[in-house]
Design a protein around this ligand. Structure first.
Ligand SMILES: Nc1ncnc2c1ncn2[C@@H]1O[C@H](COP(=O)(O)OP(=O)(O)OP(=O)(O)O)[C@@H](O)[C@H]1O
Length: 562
C-alpha cells in the first residue's frame, strides 16, 4: 500500500464467465455502487493507515523507553537487535563511530551472523577502521536524511566501492545508511541491509539510537578519565612520599658514593636501569631518585610489583584490557604502561615475572608498543624503564627461569646496592636519621641512642637491611622510657649452616629425600618437567620424579599448601 491513504486511487475489477454479462443495466448498477464502495474502501484503508502509524508510534515510544534505561554498550546492542528483529525482521549490519580526531570511523557494533557465520570477508571489513572520507560513508554523513543505496543501480552508475560488490555478492538489493548525529554533530554511521524500507520508522529508530550511543560514549569517556585521575592521584601521592625520601638518601661510605656516581651518570638519559640489591636495601628509593633527577620528572613514575599480583592479573595491570576481554573484565582498564607514558615505569621484583609474560615484556621494551588484552589497536608509548630485583638474574637465566633476551634488554645500566652489613659505616647516620624521623612522627621526644645500643646495631648482620633498621628504630622509640634509646631488641641470628643441620638431624634418608623434593617443587612452583621443572633441577628424569613422589606420598597439597 502507498504511504498516504488520501492520495490513493482504487480500481474495481470484475470478471464474468459469459460474454454479454456487462450489459447497460449491469454497468449502470456497478456505476451506482462504485462510488459508495470506494468511500468504504478508502475509510478502511485510512483506518488501517492510522492503526499502522499508531502501532509505529507506540513501538518507537516503547523503544525510547527501553533505550533510555540503557547505560552499557552490551545492553544497547541487545535492545537494538531485538527492536530490529521484532519490528522489521532484520539484523543490524554495522554501527561505526567517528574517532576523537574526527578522521576515522571505528567499528562499534555489528552482528557477525549478518552475512552468515564465519564470513571472513565481512569480519575483515567490519573490524577495520575506515576514513570518514570513504565514498559511501561520506555520502551518508553529508545527507540530512538517511540514504538508500540501490545496489544494482549503484553498480550500473560505475560505483566500484568494495562494499557495493560485497553486498551484491551477499544477495542484497538495498543498503540503508544513516548518519548518527545529535543536533548537527555527526558521530557515526548506521548500516542496515533491507529490502522493505519503512522510512518513518527507521528515521525514528536512528534518532533514538543516536542519542543512546552518544550518551554511552560520553559515559565511557567520563569513566575513563575518572579512572585515570584516580590512578594518577594515587601515584602522585606516592610520588610526593618518594620526593620526601629522595632528598634524604643516607649513606656517605664508599659503597654508596659509587651508587651516587652511577645514578648521576644515568639520570639524564632515558636508558633502562636495572637495580639489584637484597630486600630493603633501598632499590625503590634509588629508582625514584633516578626518575626525579631525570628530564621526565614532570610526569609520574608508576610502580608495579611483579611479585604482588597473580600471573593472570599482571598482564592486565601492565597492558590494560578492553571491556569483556575476559570473565570479570566488566570495564575497560588502562594499563600501567599507558599511564606511565612520558614518565617512568618502575618494575619492582622483575625476577618474579612469569615466563609467559616475559615474552610480552620483551616486545614492549623493544618496540615500545603493545595491545590491551582483547584489544586490536596497537598502542605506542614513550616510557623509561627502571627494573629492580633481589635475585641474581644471570643465575635465573642459567636455570631457565628468566629469558636471556629480556635480561640483556634490562641489564643496560646495572646499579648494585650493597647490603647494610657491607656498609657498617652507614648504620650510625641511618640510625640518627630514623630517630629524628620517627620521634617527629610519633611526637615522642627521643633524640639519641646509647653507645652500647649503637654498637649492637653496628655488629648485627641486618638480613632485612635498611627496612629492618628503620622498623627497629620505630619500635625502639615507642618502647623507650627516656629521651635516649638505651637498648635495642635484635633478633637472634641462627648461623646459616646450623639451619641445614637442624633440618636434617635425626631424620631417615627417606624423610630427607621427601623434604628435599617438596622444597624443590615449591621453588619450581609445582612444575615437574621442562627446563624450569623440579626434575631438571634435581637431575633426574620427570618419570623418576613422578614415581619417587608416588612412593614418598607427595601430593600437590604438600607443595601448594591451601
Ligand atoms: N639510603 C637510605 N637512606 C634512607 N632511607 C633508606 C635508604 N635506603 C632505604 N631506605 C628506606 O628503607 C626502606 C626500604 O627501602 P626500599 O623500599 O627502597 O627497599 P627495596 O630494596 O626496594 O626493598 P624490597 O626489595 O623489599 O622491595 C624505605 O622506607 C626507604 O625509605
Amino acid at each position: 500500500m502507498l504511504p498516504n491513504a488520501d492520495l490513493k486511487k482504487f480500481a474495481l475489477v470484475l470478471f464474468a464467465d459469459e460474454t454479454g454479462t456487462f450489459d447497460d443495466r449491469v454497468v449502470e448498477i456497478i456505476e451506482r455502487i462504485s462510488s459508495p464502495l470506494s468511500g468504504i474502501v478508502r475509510n478502511i484503508s485510512s483506518n488501517e493507515n492510522i492503526q499502522k502509524k499508531e502501532k509505529e508510534k507506540a513501538f518507537l515510544l516503547d523503544f525510547a523507553e527501553d533505550i533510555a534505561a540503557v547505560r552499557k554498550k552490551d545492553d544497547l546492542e541487545a535492545s537494538i537487535s531485538s527492536v530490529l528483529d521484532r519490528m522489521l525482521g532484520i539484523r543490524l549490519s554495522m554501527i561505526r563511530v567517528i574517532d576523537d580526531a574526527g578522521e576515522l570511523l571505528e567499528p562499534y557494533m555489528y552482528d557477525e551472523r549478518m552475512f552468515g557465520n564465519g564470513n571472513e570477508e565481512f569480519k575483515k571489513q567490519a573490524s577495520q577502521k575506515i576514513p570518514v572520507s570513504e565514498v559511501l560513508s561520506a555520502r551518508v554523513l553529508q545527507q540530512k536524511e538517511p540514504v538508500i543505496f540501490n545496489i544494482v543501480e549503484e553498480e550500473a552508475k560505475g560505483n566500484n566501492s568494495p562494499y557495493i560488490k560485497f553486498w551484491k555478492n551477499a544477495g542484497f538489493s538495498n543498503a540503508f545508511g544513516a548518519a548518527l548525529r545529535v543536533g548537527n554533530k555527526n558521530f557515526g554511521t548506521l548500516w542496515l541491509m533491507i529490502d522493505d524500507i519503512n522510512m518513518t520508522l527507521l528515521k525514528g529508530l536512528c534518532a533514538q539510537i543516536s542519542i543512546a550511543i552518544s550518551n554511552i560514549l560520553a559515559n565511557e569517556k567520563i569513566w575513563n578519565y575518572k579512572q585515570k585521575l584516580e590512578i594518577e592521584n594515587t601515584h602522585l601521592h606516592e610520588q610526593i612520599r618518594g620526593l620526601y625520601n629522595f632528598s634524604e638518601i643516607i649513606g656517605e661510605g664508599a659503597a654508596m658514593q659509587n651508587v651516587y656516581h652511577m645514578m648521576s651518570a644515568v639520570s639524564d638519559s632515558a636508558t633502562t636501569v636495572l637495580i639489584h640489591g637484597e630486600t630493603g636495601t633501598g632499590k625503590e628509593l634509588i629508582a625514584r631518585a633516578v626518575h626525579n633527577a631525570s628530564p621526565r620528572n614532570k610526569k609520574i613514575m608508576i610502580k608495579i610489583n611483579c611479585a604482588a599480583l597473580p600471573p593472570h592479573l599482571i598482564e592486565s595491570e601492565l597492558f590494560g584490557h578492553e571491556k569483556g576481554a575476559f570473565t570479570g573484565a566488566y570495564e575497560k582498564r588502562i594499563g600501567k604502561f599507558e599511564l606511565a607514558h612520558g614518565g617512568t615505569l618502575f618494575l619492582d621484583e622483575i625476577g618474579e615475572l612469569p615466563l609467559e609474560l616475559q615474552v610480552k615484556m620483551l616486545r614492549v621494551l623493544q618496540e615500545r608498543e603493545f595491545e590491551r588484552i582483547g584489544g586490536k589497536e596497537t598502542l605506542k608509548v614513550d616510557v623509561r624503564i627502571i627494573a629492580a630485583t633481589n635475585r641474581n638474574l644471570a643465575v635465573e637465566v642459567g636455570a631457565g627461569k628468566f629469558r636471556s633476551d629480556l635480561f640483556y634488554r634490562l641489564n643496560v645500566f646495572p646499579i648494585t646496592l650493597p647490603p647494610l652489613r657491607d656498609r657498617r659505616e652507614d648504620v650510625e647516620p641511618l640510625t640518627r636519621f630514623f630517630i629524628t624521623r620517627y620521634s617527629k612522627k610519633t611526637g615522642i621526644g627521643v633524640n639519641s641512642i646509647s653507645p652500647k645500643a649503637l654498637s649492637d646495631l653496628e655488629n648485627y648482620s641486618w638480613p632485612g637491611n635498611i627496612r629492618e633498621l628503620e622498623h627497629l628504630i620505630e619500635r625502639s622509640i615507642l618502647l623507650s622510657s627516656s629521651s635516649t634509646i638505651q637498648s635495642v631488641h635484635l633478633p637472634k641470628v641462627i648461623p646459616e649452616d646450623a639451619i641445614g643441620h637442624e633440618v636434617y638431624m635425626g631424620q631417615t634418608l627417606e624423610e630427607i629425600e621427601r623434604f628435599h623434593i617438596i622444597e624443590m617443587l615449591k621453588s619450581c612452583k609445582g612444575k615437574i618437567s621442562g627446563p624450569t621443572g623440579a626434575a631438571e633441577v634435581l637431575g633426574i628424569p620427570p618419570s623418576t620424579l613422578h614415581s619417587k613422589m608416588k612412593k614418598l606420598g607427595i601430593t600437590r597439597a604438600d607443595y601448594f599448601p591451601v
